[in-house]
Each structure stands twice: as structure tokens, then as C-alpha cells.
Design a protein around this ligand. Structure first.
Ligand SMILES: *Cc1c(COP(=O)(O)O)cnc(C)c1O
Length: 385
């Protein structure tokens, strides 16, 4: 399917709404039936019908169809946040007594789900580095039901070999889920490598403007409908029609935004790599990166995130660099128009948030600004460090 068709036409039935180019926001919680027979049918097939917006809503359906198509998935279901999607996908695959293998440094709240939440229900989790296939082979037990991936991972950007992990999982009869938010549905499509479920935080690239939150689970119709009938309807982390409309608007410009982000990021990375005050740039698309070949094999392009290790001898020095930046906003998240830094040292002082990562690590997100404008800002902040 053509990318342009998916983004501009798929799922949109303009003749039903006066030829409007932008779809209507069907701001209704409830949908009426004309006859008992119709209502009876809807009750039995709620996953395909419009009955109540905690189930399906026509505006949300447009978004689900587009993202499923972008991922090469049969079907998708939208959630009110990325974590709503992650939690529902994971919970759909495990029961008491099961075991999960998860990458060691996933998104922070995914880590909470694995480390604190699942154990409350008798599900054991082994965290592995995941950049070596042997990590997975060694961690799998007879009761392993799920392998959970995030590639590239948050903060340090290690990759997992998706085709190889999918093959191991199939051999052992376990399912695979990947959080594909970092690559966006444009630059990596894990289902093509044999991964079962793909989750997204739509809040990031898909929304693209730092003004809306949402999540998505993509997979076979059978797996997605099973999640719909259980975790989705029960836990109720539903996306609002208005938010779906904002995501559809975000999708219209996703390819041009991603192209700009990818090119600017390479330019900024090239600047930082040669800078004497930068010890290392963690970015799998650098030819010197140990997973460079894998990155090129399973991703179409780089996205806008990378981390650097500053040549800072003390925490205060690293903090001074971050405090001196004038145009990078200091914040969590990413994927919007604005460039960001997330200094790992910010997690140090807060109670209970110990980090295994060094204080001189700063995560970057490159947004839509002129890369030269960003490089000038980096130059002045590095000089002050
Ligand atoms: C932000 C993020 C999430 C969570 O998404 P929300 O929309 O904030 O709930 C999950 N995974 C990754 C990789 C993220 O960056």
C-alpha cells in the first residue's frame, strides 16, 4: 500500500460527511440501534460495531486503520496513552505462574510494569541486555510466555535483532511484543520480521506537536480482537475522538517531519562526534557503532534520538552544560517540533530513582528547528562546560 494513500485516504469516507477533507470528530459516547435484532448483533460483535465509545468510535477507527496499515498489521486498537497500550498488550499475554523476558532498559514505566506490577500477580520477569542473542536463549524457561522488546532502547539505544528474536520465540512457543515508538511506524516495521504485537506511544512522533497523548497496539486481527474484548474494554484506557482527530492531523505530516528530523539529527551527531568535550555519542547509525550493520538491516532510517557522554569530571560540569543550553528545552518525552535534552543526572537526586546510567549521559531529541541554530547552541554550552 502506498504511504501517500495510507496517510491521505485510507479509512476516510468523505462522501459520508459532505466531502469534508478533515474527518469529523464524532463526539458521541453512545450509538443507537434501530431494532432489537441490530442491537443483539452489535452486542455480539462489539469489536466490529459502533455501540459505545469505550469500544469503537468512527473517528478513532480512521486512525487505527492508518496505523495498522503503516505497520503492515491486520488490525490495531487505540489507547489513551502509550502506557495504556503497553500495559494492555503485556497483560493480554500472561497469567499467574508465567515468565517474561524483557530488555533491561525499557521505557521507565514499562520497567515499573515488569519489575513491580507483574510480580504482584505471580508473573516472574527476567531482564536481559538483549544486544546479544545469547541473552535471550539463556533467559528463556519452560514457562516463558512473552519476550518484550524495545529497539532501539530508551537512553542507550541498543538494538535487538528482531528476526532472530522472533525465531527463538516461535521455537519456544512464546509471543513477542515490541515498543516501536522510537523508530516510528515509518522507519521500522517489526511485524515483517515476525514480531507478534507492535505498540506505539502515539504521543511522540505520530502526534508530533507535544499536545496530545495516545497509544496503539497493532497485530493480527485475532490477537488485537482478543485484547479488545478483554484488556481494552475492561481497563478502559480509551482514546478520545478529539485526540484521534489530532493524531490523524499529525499523520498528514509524519513523513516530512521524520525526513527533517532524520537529516538534522545526522548533522548534529556529526558535529558532536568530533567535539573534544564529547566522550561518546550513542547512536546506532554511526559507522563506528557495533550494531551499525543491524541498524541498517532492520531500520529504514535514523530517528531523532541519541545520547552523548560528556567529558565531564563532575556532575556539576555536566549540569552546567545542560543549564547553558538556550534553545533545547529540558524535558521528558520527544517526537514534537521542539528539540529536547533529558539529563540523566536529573534522576539522581529524586528519591527512589537510582540510575545505573552515568551522570554525564544526556539524551537528545532533535526537532524541527534549523540544525545550524541547534549546533550554535551546543557550541556555546560546551564552551561553558
Ligand atoms: C513515552 C513512551 C512510552 C509511554 O507513552 P505515553 O504516551 O507517555 O504513555 C512508552 N514507550 C516509549 C519508548 C516512550 O518513549
Amino acid at each position: 500500500m502506498d504511504l501517500s494513500y495510507i496517510i491521505n485516504e485510507l479509512g476516510e469516507e468523505r462522501e459520508q460527511y459532505f466531502g469534508a477533507v478533515a474527518p469529523p470528530i464524532i463526539q458521541s459516547s453512545n450509538f443507537a440501534s434501530r431494532t432489537v435484532a441490530e442491537m443483539r448483533y452489535k452486542m455480539r460483535h462489539e469489536e466490529e460495531e459502533y455501540m459505545y465509545t469505550r469500544g469503537n468510535n468512527p473517528t478513532v477507527t480512521i486512525l487505527e486503520k492508518k496505523i495498522a496499515a503503516l505497520e503492515g498489521a491486520e488490525h490495531a486498537v487505540a489507547f489513551g496513552s502509550g502506557m495504556g497500550a503497553v500495559a494492555a498488550a503485556v497483560l493480554s499475554q500472561v497469567n499467574t505462574g508465567d515468565h517474561v523476558v524483557c530488555v533491561k532498559r525499557p521505557y521507565s514505566w514499562t520497567k515499573n510494569l515488569m519489575r513491580k506490577f507483574l510480580p504482584r500477580f505471580g508473573v516472574k520477569v527476567t531482564m536481559v541486555d538483549g544486544s546479544d542473542m545469547e541473552d535471550f536463549k539463556a533467559a528463556i524457561r519452560p514457562n516463558t510466555r512473552l519476550i518484550y522488546l524495545e529497539s532501539p532502547t530508551s537512553f542507550t539505544f541498543e538494538l535487538q535483532d528482531l528476526a532472530a528474536v522472533a525465531a527463538i520465540a516461535k521455537e519456544h512457543g512464546c509471543r513477542t511484543i515490541i515498543d516501536n515508538s522510537f523508530a516510528s511506524p515509518l522507519y521500522q516495521n517489526p511485524i515483517a520480521f515476525g514480531i507478534d504485537l507492535v505498540v506505539h506511544s502515539c504521543t511522540k512522533y505520530i502526534g508530533g506537536h507535544s499536545d496530545v497523548m495516545g497509544g496503539m497496539v497493532c497485530g493480527t486481527r485475532e490477537m488485537v480482537n482478543a485484547i479488545f474484548k478483554s484488556e481494552f474494554m475492561t481497563l478502559g484506557a480509551v482514546m478520545s475522538p478529539h485526540d484521534a482527530w489530532l493524531f490523524i492531523r499529525g499523520l498528514r505530516t509524519l513523513p516530512v517531519r521524520m525526513e527533517r528530523v532524520a537529516a538534522s539529527t545526522r548533522k548534529v551527531v556529526d558535529y558532536l562526534v568530533q567535539h573534544p568535550k564529547v566522550e561518546e555519542v550513542l547512536f546506532p547509525f554511526l559507522p563506528s557503532h557495533p550494531q551499525h550493520e543491524l541498524a541498517n538491516r532492520q531500520m529504514r532510517n535514523n530517528a531523532g534520538q541519541f545520547s552523548i557522554l560528556l567529558k565531564a569530571k563532575k556532575l556539576e560540569q555536566a549540569d552546567r552544560f545542560c543549564d547553558s543550553l538556550k534553545h533545547f528545552l529540558m524535558a521528558a518525552s520527544w517526537g514534537g517540533h521542539e528539540s529536547l535534552i533529558f539529563p540523566i543526572s536529573a534522576t539522581y537526586a529524586s528519591e527512589g530513582m537510582k540510575s545505573s546510567l552515568p551522570y554525564n549521559l544526556v539524551r537528545f531529541y532533535i526537532g524541527l528547528e534549523d540544525p545550524d541554530y541547534l549546533i550554535r547552541d551546543l557550541a556555546q554550552a560546551l564552551a561553558k562546560m
